[in-house]
Design a protein around this ligand. Structure first.
Ligand SMILES: Nc1ncnc2c1ncn2[C@@H]1O[C@H](COP(=O)(O)OP(=O)(O)O)[C@@H](O)[C@H]1O
Ligand SMILES: [Mg+2]
Length: 501
């Protein structure tokens, strides 16, 4: 569907400022439709000498006259006379119109939209007597308010300049409305407003009192009166009730002087339940993070205890085995540390990979084996559930590159880790320019603990695939690696689906 801006550009000579005025009007007119219980249309005179509907809104409080959408349609002959009269005279005109497919008589109130002294469009209220609401105090009060707002539109006082209402959060008329007179005394409170007041302990009749006298926070009202513009405020009226309010001043123009405030309407909505759920979500998030923090602390204690035990061992093989276990536990602790800092259920993978590389670097501690680590890409966000197994796998691969690619005494080398992800698959490549795999090597029959862990985690737990082989010269180029003579390098590629069910 075409927007106001597009239609205005195609069919009219309206200036940018005029179009913004109309856009601001339609930002506010949900309230106007609710107050008059009827459909509102916005017409503009076109370059071709006709009238075009550029926007339409239906009331949440009344029955719609139009099932169809009239945006982009032109006015019929019965409508044109009323539209032109309102536009030319800058006064509100009313009369009977013919509407296609409707047999009942229909009526139109045509309200000139005036901006900086000039008519720029006509807002119309269109209704039929069939299906109208029974008139009661609510209906009379709202209709009266609507009439006062339309006077403001015709006088160029509405919509309020500068502010574009965020209609997604603002309370609507149906949420609860309180009408105030020029002294900020309540003249009417809708049933929903009265219920909201009951919940904050005000059960007396509110009509005839000011909000301050009733003990309701009245700063939005005072500000709206002083500044002559709408004020949105959310406050905790009592410890367990939160109200969201929007107070709009009603202005009347007076010749040669500034517009005066003749009253206001305060829309209010009880957002207690909404805010309670917000808080609950926040605290749930905080709890999960706290748990990750504690798990990390416990794992660190375990690894410290193991290290103490390892120092007392005599056999090199046993010491080495314990040291590997310590490294694996520290890897998992590191993941929990990252998760304890991240809100939500997923983590930025690179935030885990960086400290993993640091951990492997620390473990090297050998000046005659300088190994350099390079990371390309960031792998995006991954679900927290797969972060732990992936981290353990990456650590094993890094460790193997160091231990088997670059034997002590033969000088170091480079390990390049490339992370790459789309919506569904995370690809991790670890390439080293070390000695390479022996000719007999076969991943499916490799019996070492490290690769067994990698195989189990990747294929069983993560439902992914592993490929381990000599890198192609293309891959080496891409990773910016040059092999020393006699060295073949090793490439490991893991593909892991990001949604494991
Ligand atoms: N990056 C690599 N470069 C050369 N050989 C490797 C590499 N990664 C693994 N290997 C070979 O695979 C074997 C199995 O590795 P692994 O299962 O981790 O056991 P471990 O590291 O305890 O020997 C290693 O002993 C080594 O021969
Ligand atoms: Mg290993």
């Amino acid at each position: 569907m075409a927007t106001i801006g597009e239609l205005a550009r195609q069919h009219t000579a309206l200036s940018k400022e005029d179009v913004s005025h109309l856009q601001a009007l339609t930002g506010e007119w949900g309230m106007l439709a609710d107050l008059c219980f009827a459909d509102l249309l916005l017409y503009v005179p076109t370059n071709e000498g006709t009238w075009l509907v550029i926007a339409q809104v239906r009331a949440a409080t009344g029955q719609t006259l139009y099932v169809v959408d009239w945006v982009g349609a032109f006015a019929n002959d019965t409508e044109v006379a009323l539209l032109a009269a309102a536009f030319d005279s800058q006064t509100i005109s009313e009369g009977e119109i013919m509407v296609e497919d409707l047999v009942d008589p229909c009526f139109m109130t045509a309200i000139p939209v005036v901006h900086e002294g000039k008519s720029i469009a006509v807002l119309t209220r269109e209704w039929s007597t069939r299906g109208a609401r029974q008139p009661g105090q609510l209906e009379r009060t709202y209709q009266d308010l609507f009439a006062r707002f339309t006077d403001m539109i015709a006088a160029g006082l509405f919509p309020f300049p500068g502010r574009v209402a965020d209609s997604s959060v603002a309370p609507r008329v149906g949420d609860g409305a309180i009408v105030l007179d020029e002294d900020a005394v309540v003249v009417y409170a809708s049933p929903n407003a009265t219920s909201a007041l009951h919940r904050v302990g005000i059960s007396a009749n509110v009509v005839g009192q000011t909000l301050a006298e009733m003990g309701i926070i009245d700063s939005p009202v005072r500000q709206a009166f002083e500044r002559k513009e709408p004020v949105v405020e959310e406050f905790e009226q009592t410890s367990d009730v939160t109200l969201l309010t929007r107070c709009l001043p009603v202005l009347a123009s007076s010749p040669n002087t500034e517009a005066v405030v003749t009253g206001a309407v305060m829309l209010l909505r009880d957002v207690t339940e909404l805010r309670r759920r917000d808080r609950l979500l926040l605290s749930k998030d905080a709890t999960i993070r706290e748990i990750h923090h504690r798990v990390k602390n416990n794992l660190q204690t375990i690894s410290a205890l193991l290290r103490l035990q390892g120092r007392r061992l005599k056999s090199d093989e046993a010491r080495e085995a314990v040291a590997e276990s310590v490294r694996r536990i520290r890897t998992i602790a590191l993941v929990h540390e990252t998760l304890s800092r991240e809100p939500g259920d997923d983590v930025v993978f690179i935030e885990i990979v960086r400290p993993l590389l640091r951990l492997s670097e620390e473990g090297l501690q050998s000046p005659d084996r300088p190994v350099r680590f390079v990371v390309n890409g960031d792998g995006g966000r991954i679900p927290a559930t797969i972060a732990t197994p992936l981290s353990v796998v990456v650590t094993e691969l890094l460790q193997n590159a160091i231990n088997h690619g670059f034997p002590e005494g033969e000088g170091g080398g480079t390990v390049v880790v490339t992370l790459d992800s789309n919506d569904t698959v995370l690809t991790i490549r670890v390439i080293d320019d070390g000695r390479g795999l022996s000719d007999e090597f076969d991943l499916s029959t490799a019996t070492g603990l490290g690769l067994s862990i990698v195989r189990t985690l990747v294929t069983t737990e993560l439902a992914g695939t592993i490929d381990m082989r000599q890198p192609t010269s293309e891959e080496l180029n891409e990773a910016n690696l040059t092999l020393r003579s006699g060295y073949r390098g090793t490439a490991v590629e893991l593909c892991v689906p990001l949604r494991v069910d």
